[in-house]
Design a protein around this ligand. Structure first.
Ligand code: MG
Length: 373
């Protein structure tokens, strides 16, 4: 008998960041996320999470709470195991708003993997790999950023990601201070978050060559593919698309235009795992390696993302440090961190959950009725 979705619980989860961080898009000091719990007629449930990065994805917790009720009504009573079919309905019904679509996608994959009795990486056909995440250093003075970077190196992170994107003098001073403080061994990735124009980007990237930079994320405005192509053609440092890449259509366009070396996939941008798989397929076709990044999610969304990285060797890099920034992480189970080393669980699904008593303390709504869509 085909199972059916019987109930969907929607929660608002808000947690301050223990380590607020600055970027050229503004200060991030709070995680205002949405949790989705999808119940099936077989007595199983799957849990998903989305963190709206408003300046990137254009949505907010309040918007996602409303949208989740529409999406919950849309798929109520239908087969939760047909993930591609359910996500096609969701993606057709609601354009943009990728964060909330992602929360549904993660919950559906969690449910499917639990039904199969497999950890998510195995459901996706992959092997269990030990992953290494970088740790992000937010925008601040060169001295403060250098001390922060040193702390992370001492904690065992093999790579750090440095937020830049202001101006030539300050950005070069930041990297010089960090490299002089942490030494030569640790990898440094940089992220301008669209903060430069194409001329400034090339000046800065050329000046950073002596400091051995692994790659640079989103140097110019996300919409400016022409400028990105110019930067890519003239940069001595590899370029990674982040805010310019949401879905597989973007991936095809960016790969066709030859504007970058790497893709940064985030589930909150792609609308979940189903589209992340399509982005990675386009990337692999074009010879482009991927990273999976994060917004400000808890260990739950980080676990789903880590399983995805583990399953696909073309996803070479992990930027899954979000959960480490939270003042508290109420998740039970999920991946464990040891410095930058991430270890996956073999529990069916993504392996992460919330205590039901904890969830009762959150603002929530439950959907049980099928809608007229
Ligand atoms: Mg980025």
């Amino acid at each position: 008998m085909v199972p059916a979705i019987t109930k969907i619980d929607i929660y608002k989860l808000s947690i301050p960041l223990a380590i607020p961080y600055g970027t050229s898009l503004g200060l991030f000091d709070h995680a205002d996320n949405i949790i989705i719990k999808i119940h099936s007629s077989e007595g199983l449930y799957g849990v998903g999470e989305g963190c709206p990065g408003t300046s990137v994805t254009g949505d907010s917790q309040a918007m996602d709470f409303e949208a989740a009720q529409l999406l919950g009504t849309l798929i109520m009573g239908k087969n939760p195991l047909a993930v591609e079919a359910r996500m096609k309905e969701i993606d057709s019904f609601l354009v943009h708003n990728s964060t909330i679509r992602s929360a549904f996608d993660i919950a559906l994959y969690d449910l499917l993997a639990k039904k199969a009795g497999l950890p998510l990486y195995a459901l996706l056909g992959g092997e269990k790999r030990t992953l290494q995440t970088d740790m992000t250093v937010g925008l601040a003075s060169p001295e403060k950023m250098a001390q922060q970077a040193l702390k992370y190196v001492e904690q065992g992170f093999l790579s750090i990601k440095v937020k830049l994107g202001t101006n030539f003098d300050d950005d070069v001073a930041r990297i010089r201070a960090i490299r002089e403080t942490i030494g030569e061994k640790t990898l440094i990735r940089i992220d301008a978050n669209q903060g430069w124009d194409q001329v400034t980007a090339i000046r800065i990237l050329q000046a950073l060559v002596p400091f051995s930079i692994q790659f640079c994320e989103e140097p110019v405005a996300h919409w400016n593919n022409r400028a990105l192509k110019y930067v890519h053609e003239h940069s001595p440092i590899a370029i990674m698309s982040d805010e310019s890449l949401f879905d597989h259509h973007d991936a095809y366009r960016l790969a066709s235009m030859e504007v970058c070396d790497y893709f940064n996939i985030k589930l909150a941008k792609s609308g979940g795992i189903h589209t992340a798989l399509k982005i990675n397929a386009v990337a692999e076709s074009a010879g482009i390696k991927c990273m999976i990044g994060s917004m400000d999610e808890t260990n739950l969304a980080m676990s789903a993302a880590a399983h995805l990285v583990s399953a696909f060797p073309n996803i070479e890099f992990a930027d899954l440090d979000a959960a480490l920034f939270l003042a508290e992480d109420p998740v039970i189970g999920g991946v464990t961190y040891e410095g930058g080393k991430i270890t996956l669980t073999d529990t069916p699904g993504h392996g992460a959950d919330f205590d039901s008593e904890y969830l009762k303390t959150l603002e929530s709504i439950s959907i049980t009725q099928k809608g007229d869509f």
